[in-house]
Design a protein around this ligand. Structure first.
Ligand SMILES: CCCCC/C=C/C(=O)SCCNC(=O)CCNC(=O)[C@H](O)C(C)(C)COP(=O)(O)OP(=O)(O)OC[C@H]1O[C@@H](n2cnc3c(N)ncnc32)[C@H](O)[C@@H]1OP(=O)(O)O
Length: 277
């Protein structure tokens, strides 16, 4: 543990391999002593998930899988935001081809993240609405800094959280809480999210956040990895298979939904509102 902390705080070059050169959108740091990967989303200002960021994430997850990563921390380089969710500009007046390509990459990335055999922890160092919340919920453990917001707020935007977003939430906070949260499109403060189990721990600041994330991975990496991963994937397989076996239907649902005039109107108003802030 001491070695790991020293590497992180001092940035000891011999112990950390940094792959940020391969893609600027995701900074990947791997500790050579422990193998632990830190995947830092780096699309300023708010890590909105456009095709390019999703593709960079997917590529990074494939790399980690090939290298038999023992554990991964997902976090963000933004000071305010973990991820602002799906990039609204990808959904506002797209061509059919662009929308289809975007949604398919979102599916690819989520399937990879949700099915990782190794332990994953979301170090949520900022706001985490909608697709940002999905990323956090796809990790095994969630630790969040205080005074930020997290949740699936789609309803409030006049759009519908896809079934697999909803399933992820239901799997974590249970049927009743998820139904209430999803119908209202409710955003929770960090403290409220802890109370309902949407996040597992709160941290005092970024340093504490990363320390707690490493502590979680240390504990998980002490377990027999094969048994651990079989149980994890077993718990997730129904949610995964639903999407994997229904990818085309899910794309069709997205396309039908996103091209509705009412949805386009809601997106336009929301984008304008964000720009005027
Ligand atoms: C039809 C099927 C739908 C499928 C399901 C959809 C899922 C989704 O994920 S939809 C996206 C939902 N996301 C949100 O509701 C978040 C919107 N953003 C915010 O609430 C805030 O930006 C914030 C709390 C995340 C961060 O606040 P702050 O630090 O104050 O930053 P600003 O609001 O000033 O934003 C900076 C900059 O970024 C633009 N922006 C914010 N979010 C998005 C986004 N999701 N997509 C694209 N662009 C976004 C914002 O417009 C600002 O732009 P500029 O004015 O040009 O700087």
């Amino acid at each position: 543990m001491f070695v790991l902390r020293q590497c992180l705080t001092l940035g000891t070059k011999s112990s950390i391999r940094n792959f940020s050169a391969t893609t600027n959108l995701v900074n990947l740091t791997i500790n050579e002593d422990t193998g632990v990967a830190i995947m830092e989303l780096n699309k300023p200002p708010v890590n909105s998930l456009n095709y390019e960021l999703l593709e960079a994430m997917h590529r990074t997850l494939v790399k980690l899988e090939n290298e038999k990563c023992p554990g991964m921390i997902l976090t963000s380089s933004s000071r305010s935001t973990f991820s602002a969710g799906l990039d609204l500009l990808e959904m506002y007046k797209p061509t059919v081809d662009k929308a289809r390509r975007f949604w398919s990459m979102l599916q690819n990335t989520w399937i990879k993240l949700y099915s990782t055999p190794y332990p994953t922890v979301a170090a949520i160092n900022g706001h985490s609405p909608a697709g940002g919340c999905l990323l956090a919920m796809s990790c095994e453990h969630r630790i969040m800094v205080p005074d930020k917001m997290i949740g699936l707020n789609e309803t409030q935007l006049g759009i519908v959280a896809p079934q697999w977003f909803q399933d992820c939430m239901r799997n974590i906070i249970g049927e009743r809480q998820a139904e209430k949260a999803l119908i209202a499109g409710r955003m929770f403060t960090s403290e409220e999210a802890l109370k309902i189990g949407l996040v597992d721990e709160l941290a005092t600041d970024k340093e504490d956040l990363m320390q707690k994330a490493h502590d979680f991975l240390d504990e998980q990496m002490g377990l027999p990895p094969l048994a651990r991963s079989v149980v994890k994937v077993g718990f997730r397989k129904d949610t995964l298979s639903k999407l994997i076996n229904g990818r085309e239907a899910d794309i069709k649902m997205f396309l039908d939904n996103v091209f509705q005039p009412k949805v386009q109107e809601s997106l336009e108003n929301y984008i304008q509102m964000l720009k005027k802030k």
